[in-house]
Write a protein that binds this ligand. Structure first.
Ligand SMILES: Nc1ncnc2c1ncn2[C@@H]1O[C@H](COP(=O)(O)OP(=O)(O)OP(=O)(O)O)[C@@H](O)[C@H]1O
Ligand SMILES: [Mg+2]
Length: 280
C-alpha cells in the first residue's frame, strides 16, 4: 500500500477540523450554516457547550416497521463535565452515543459539536474530527487481534499521518498512563479483559482528545478491572476532559458528576447527585 501523503484536499479538511475543534467559525462554506441568519439569531444559535443536542430524533426503518430509537432528545454538556447516560437495554443509549460521536446522523433535530452544526461539516472533516477530538471506548474493546498493544495504540496516529517516531513515543506514554508500560509487546490474547480495555483506553487517549465517549466500558469486566477503568476515567475528568459514559449499572454511574436517564428514546431525568466537592 502506498504511503498516504497530505494532499491539498486533506490539508484543507484538517484545517477545517481544527477550526471545529477550537470552535472557531470562519467564512469557510463547509462550516457555515447554509442560510446565514442575522447576527442576533446567530448569537443565540451559537453554543458554548461541547455538546448541544436539540430535539434529536432517530428512526430506523426496518421494512414496514419504524423503530423510534430517539424521540426528541435535548441536552447540553459543558466542557469538562463527567456524565453518565443510563437506561435499560434498547432505550437508545448507543444510538445517542453514535450521534454524539458523529458515527451516525439524526433523522431530525440539531447536533452542535463545539458550536458547529455537524450537518454542515463534510465527511472528510467529520472523520478528522472523530480521529482527533473524540476518543471512543466500547464494551467489546475492539482491539485488532494478533497485534501488539503498542501497535493497537499507535493506530489512530497512523491514520492521522503522524510519523513513526512520534507515534511510538505517544503510544508508549498513553500505555504508561493506563498502567501498562510493561505490556506493550503483548497481543490481545495475552492480556486480561481489564488490560485489553486499558489498551483500548490508551488508544482512545493517544490523540489527546478533549472528549471521551465510552459505551458500557466496564460491561465485560470483573469488579476489580472495572474499578481500575473507572479510576482512569475519573483521572481523565480531573484533567479537564469531557467524559460521557454509558452504563446500566447504578454503581458505575455514581462515579460521574451528572446522570442522564433515558427511557424509550427520551430523557426522563437529568441529575447531579453528588454535591460539589463530595467524593465520587
Ligand atoms: N441499526 C439499527 N437498525 C434498526 N434498529 C436499531 C438499530 N440500532 C438500534 N436499533 C433499535 O433502536 C433501539 C435503541 O437501540 P440502542 O442500541 O440505542 O439501545 P441501547 O440503549 O444502547 O441498548 P443496550 O443497553 O442493549 O446496548 C432498539 O429498539 C434497537 O433495536
Ligand atoms: Mg447499547
Amino acid at each position: 500500500m502506498r504511503h498516504r501523503s497530505a494532499t491539498p484536499n486533506r490539508h484543507q479538511a484538517l484545517e477545517r477540523a481544527q477550526r471545529v475543534l477550537t470552535g472557531h467559525r470562519t467564512a469557510d462554506p463547509a462550516l457555515s450554516v447554509s442560510a446565514a441568519p442575522p447576527p442576533s439569531v446567530r448569537r443565540r444559535r451559537r453554543s458554548s457547550a461541547v455538546i448541544d443536542v436539540r430535539d434529536v430524533r432517530k428512526t430506523y426503518q426496518m421494512g414496514d416497521i419504524a423503530v423510534h430509537a430517539l424521540q426528541g432528545v435535548s441536552m447540553r454538556i459543558e466542557r469538562g463535565e463527567y456524565v453518565a447516560i443510563m437506561g435499560t437495554s434498547g432505550s437508545g443509549k448507543s444510538t445517542l452515543m453514535n450521534i454524539l460521536g458523529c458515527l451516525d446522523v439524526p433523522t431530525s433535530g440539531t447536533y452542535l459539536l463545539n458550536g458547529s452544526d455537524v450537518r454542515d461539516v463534510d465527511e472528510d472533516t467529520l472523520s478528522d474530527l472523530r480521529n482527533r477530538y473524540i476518543g471512543f471506548v466500547f464494551q467489546s474493546f475492539n482491539l485488532i487481534p494478533r497485534t501488539r498493544a503498542l501497535a493497537n495504540v499507535e493506530l489512530p496516529l497512523a491514520y492521522a499521518g503522524v510519523n513513526r517516531t512520534e507515534r511510538r513515543r505517544a503510544a508508549m506514554a498513553a500505555l504508561d498512563e493506563v498502567g501498562l508500560a510493561d505490556r506493550v509487546g503483548h497481543v490481545s490474547s495475552e492480556l486480561s479483559g481489564g488490560q485489553q480495555q486499558r489498551v483500548a483506553i490508551a488508544r482512545a487517549l493517544v490523540t489527546n482528545p478533549a472528549l471521551i465517549l465510552a459505551d458500557e466500558p466496564t460491561g465485560n469486566l470483573d469488579t476489580v478491572s472495572g474499578d481500575e477503568v473507572l479510576g482512569i476515567f475519573a483521572r481523565l475528568s480531573d484533567e479537564g476532559r469531557t467524559v460521557i459514559l454509558i452504563t446500566h449499572e447504578d454503581e458505575v454511574a455514581t462515579h460521574a458528576r451528572r446522570v442522564i436517564r433515558i427511557r424509550d428514546g427520551q430523557i426522563i431525568a437529568d441529575e447531579q447527585p453528588a454535591a460539589e466537592g463530595a467524593p465520587r
